[in-house]
Design a protein around this ligand. Structure first.
Ligand SMILES: Cc1cc2nc3c(=O)[nH]c(=O)nc-3n(C[C@H](O)[C@H](O)[C@H](O)COP(=O)(O)O)c2cc1C
Length: 409
């Protein structure tokens, strides 16, 4: 399948194609939030509270979105976020995502809960690979994963700290998409009426490697998806502490990123404990409902640690304009979760590549229309703040061309 065949002109088109191809239970597992989905919806709505203020008569003919992260140049200010079930959306979906990231010149983050083993992703896809880690009650099992990631050549460790308990996702139970997976009349029917997914993904696993499993789990915890105990919550610890970060810092020699920070003090603590970067994230609105959106706290986190750490932001990004707004507020790069997952669910590697191509084009166009030549030129001066909350705290008032409603009134 070529990129053009997908007939997708934005991320929402890819979502529509994915919706038709994968079983509804799986689609909702990927697409939805938690409880009332307030966080999920706010993650999108919050971007409307930021408006652009472009400059004109600027020669932008040589503009570039090249971005340097930890001393390495990347072609776009984007990183593919870890998403545990990519390998269920498409046969070996993690390989598809990693290859698309490599071709686009950006890093790919492999999740602890992926279906394809981290060594295979490194051998068969290559590129700049990062590994996402959950802490388990038995810390030695998590440290075993860290050592495997080190041996396989992963360049950054992304420690997720906002998942000490799984989110309350009632639709998964209703749809029969729980882990351990159990076959029911409902979910078998759901699979049967999606034959492209059934034959191209599930049957392909069944006739090759058998029922998909969490390939990165240590032997002690590894099991096929239909066998227990497999619930992620049974393997994740809710007793995480800063000592865990200290221990990881000791055994991980490369870049260390803490994912799921929403508080400036936590961000400062993470950096004090050795983190090289923080990802300001609410897990795509999938864990705690009613939580702040990352973009709402990004300015204060940039203010607190922006000079001594690399700042990522994720949750709710669907457009190049969202990326540009996050960068203008001080993020060094953004992570995208569902966007490339919709792509891979819609068309495998070609779909993921299409998602990244859409972002590249949208960012390129937005930079032109804003009058910016480099990512470094993006700053709060590019934005109008409809309310004062999103405004960077350290920015002198008169440096802003923006006037928020309170200041104006
Ligand atoms: C289906 C799915 C699975 C995810 N699995 C993980 C995971 O295993 N580890 C993790 O740190 N984050 C996980 N996330 C969260 C993403 O890394 C990211 O924070 C989130 O998707 C960003 O929001 P967005 O989807 O709106 O871009 C997952 C997200 C989705 C949608």
């Amino acid at each position: 399948m070529s990129n053009k065949d997908l007939n997708a002109y934005n991320i929402f088109d890819l979502r529509d194609i994915a919706l038709k191809r994968v079983p509804r239970g799986l689609f909702e597992f990927m697409d939805r939030g938690t409880e009332e989905e307030v966080s999920l919806n706010n993650n999108r709505a919050v971007f409307d509270r930021l408006r652009f203020r472009p400059r004109t008569f600027v020669d932008v003919s040589k503009r570039t979105q090249e971005t340097t992260l930890f001393g390495v140049k990347h072609k776009m200010p984007l990183v593919i976020a870890p998403t545990g079930t990519a390998g269920l959306m498409w046969y070996e979906g993690e390989l598809a995502l990693a290859r698309a990231a490599r071709a686009a010149g950006i890093p790919f983050t492999l999740a602890t809960g992926s279906i394809t083993a981290m060594e295979r992703v490194a051998d068969e896809a290559g590129g700049e690979l990062w590994f996402q880690l959950y802490m388990w009650p038995d810390r030695s099992l998590s440290h075993e994963l860290v050592n495997r990631a080190k041996a396989a050549g992963y360049k950054a460790l992304v420690v997720t700290v906002d998942g000490v308990s799984s989110g309350n996702r009632e639709y998964n139970i209703r749809n029969g998409f729980t882990i351990p997976f159990t076959f029911s009349v409902g979910n078998v029917f759901d699979m049967m009426i999606h034959p492209r997914w059934l034959l191209g993904t599930m049957m392909r696993y069944l006739v090759t490697t058998g029922m998909p499993m969490y390939a990165n789990y240590p032997a002690a915890a590894k099991a096929k998806m239909t066998k227990g105990p497999m619930g992620r919550s049974s393997l994740r610890t809710d007793s995480i502490s800063w000592d865990d970060l200290d221990a990881l810092r000791k055994i991980w020699p490369h870049k260390l990123i803490v994912k799921g920070v929403l508080d400036a003090q936590d961000a400062a603590m993470a950096v004090d404990h050795g983190a090289d970067g923080v990802d300001v994230s609410n897990h795509g609105g999938r864990n705690l409902d009613g939580i702040v959106s990352p973009i709402e706290v990004l300015p204060e986190i940039v203010d607190a640690v922006g000079k001594r750490a690399t700042i990522f932001m994720d949750s709710g990004i669907r457009r190049g304009s969202d990326v540009v707004k996050a960068l203008a507020l001080g993020a060094n790069a953004v992570m995208v979760g569902r966007s490339t997952l919709y792509g891979v669910a819609a068309g495998g590697e070609a779909g993921a590549a299409r998602a990244l191509e859409i972002y590249r084009d949208e960012i390129h166009r937005n930079m032109a229309l804003l009058g910016c030549n480099t990512i470094g030129e993006l700053g709060p001066q590019c934005l109008q703040f409809v309310d004062s909350q999103l405004r960077p705290p350290s920015l002198p008032r008169k440096a802003l061309r923006a006037v928020d409603s309170k200041a104006a009134g």
